[in-house]
Design a protein around this ligand. Structure first.
Ligand code: GLA
Length: 413
């Protein structure tokens, strides 16, 4: 009797387990790969510097540079080919092909090369019929393209939003996201929809990051007007991040576009741009020629202390605490009760600043954290100058050069 009951229970349990498994599969399929971009992704992309002048030779040389110049050691991983790697037409079977002149060995061989340098390869496509550069997009070829990328060993897909008549962004991006996941290869999915349909409100489970704005350009303050569209300077993009910080976190980042460090701004401007992107917990995708950099550019891109602010495991974006006379003070909560602080001088000329900690009350309503300067003393470290500046028991006084920042880390004493 007992035995029968046991058999019935085992059968019932097995049934229940099967039911639960089916329910799990139904509710959670397709699953977002859990371990991707738990801190903002770091790498390089060809567009900002090279636009359509991409080739397998260039990508190999960039991978060589990244692997040996200190960038890989500083955390950069992805080598990403942007638009115009594709041949002008698909083959008769609808398969996407690499441009036979500029990528004659094919993407798989290139991926093998990049992997052999201990790095990962990224690629680019578009949700529409054509990419912004006029090459075949993935519309109606999502599964075929995702399978091709996976079979080549691609690790990252940036997915653009040109030639999309009749498409809705959430559905179009979900379609490629599902196709990528169905391959079983963990491919980081970087949405490039320019913020038009507010992807921060719907893309958290679709990909690992979403562009929040139109394209960046190598200007600190200003726009380049192309008539139909504009390119934005660093400060313009910064201002467009207003209200978005609550949407970002580990595995799902706001992307204010790729870095322009080393592409023509002054050293101060490059430093400010890089620091702000670190404060914003933005993907750090360098966009300069890594083969030929001056020492200042490399120093900025590889600063471990500033990168640690970006890569902090809490993944909380900075908040703008105050703004007066073109001087802004930003705070970013960090792990272990630490904080990063950035004083940004938007003016062209230097500005003296004084910050009397005891009189300031920094409260983050979103992460529910407070600095509590009245009861907690922090050690103050200038991250760029590598100097200890005492503690929060005495006011901070400094001069911030024009178009530059003061970057501080506050560690509890
Ligand atoms: C769009 C994107 C850019 C770049 C180009 C390529 O403008 O926003 O980042 O990928 O397309 O054509």
């Amino acid at each position: 009797m007992k035995r029968i009951v046991l058999t019935v229970n085992v059968a019932a349990c097995a049934g229940l387990v099967m039911l639960l498994c089916t329910a799990c599969v139904c509710t959670h399929q397709p699953k977002k790969p859990g371990a991707l971009a738990l801190t903002p992704q770091m790498g390089w992309n060809s567009w900002n510097k090279f636009q359509g002048r991409v080739s397998e030779q260039l990508i190999r040389e960039i991978a060589d540079a990244m692997a040996t110049n200190g960038m890989k050691a500083a955390g950069y991983q992805y080598v990403n080919i942007d638009d115009l790697w594709q041949a002008p037409q698909r083959d008769a079977g609808g398969n996407i092909l690499s441009d036979p002149t500029r990528f004659p060995s094919g993407i798989k061989t290139l991926a093998d090369y990049v992997h052999s340098r201990g790095l990962r390869l990224g690629i680019y496509s578009d949700a529409g019929g054509h990419t912004c550069g006029g090459r075949p997009g993935s519309r109606d070829h999502e599964t075929q393209d995702a399978q091709a990328y996976a079979s080549w060993g691609v690790d990252y897909l940036k997915y653009d939003w040109c030639d999309v008549d009749g498409l809705q962004a959430p559905a179009a991006y979900q379609k490629m996201s599902d196709a990528l996941r169905a391959t079983g290869r963990p491919i980081l999915f970087s949405l490039c929809e320019w913020g038009t349909s507010k992807p921060w409100t719907w893309a958290k489970d679709v990909g690992q990051s979403w562009r929040t704005t139109g394209d960046i350009c190598a200007k600190f303050d200003g726009l380049i007007d192309h008539g139909q569209w504009q390119e934005h300077g660093v400060l313009q993009i910064l201002d467009l991040q207003d209200g978005l910080r609550k949407y970002a976190g580990p595995g799902h980042w706001n992307d204010p576009d790729m870095l322009e460090v080393g592409n023509g701004m002054s050293v101060n401007e490059d430093r400010a741009h890089f620091t702000l992107w670190c404060m914003l917990a933005a993907p750090l995708i360098s966009g300069n020629d890594l083969r030929h950099m001056n020492p200042e550019t490399l120093k900025i891109l590889t600063d471990k202390d500033v990168i640690a602010v970006n890569q902090d495991p809490l993944g909380i974006e900075a908040l703008k605490y105050s703004a007066h006379d073109g001087v802004e003070v930003w705070f970013k909560p960090l792990a272990h009760g630490a904080w990063a602080m950035c004083v940004l001088n938007r003016n062209k000329d230097p500005r003296p600043i004084t910050f009397d900690w005891g009189n300031e009350k920094v409260t983050d309503d979103i992460s529910k954290r407070e600095t509590k300067f009245d009861t907690t003393t922090y050690r103050v470290r200038d991250l760029w100058k590598k100097q200890d500046l005492g503690t929060t028991d005495t006011p901070l006084s400094a001069e911030v050069p024009g178009h530059d920042v003061l970057a501080i880390r506050l560690n509890k004493k």
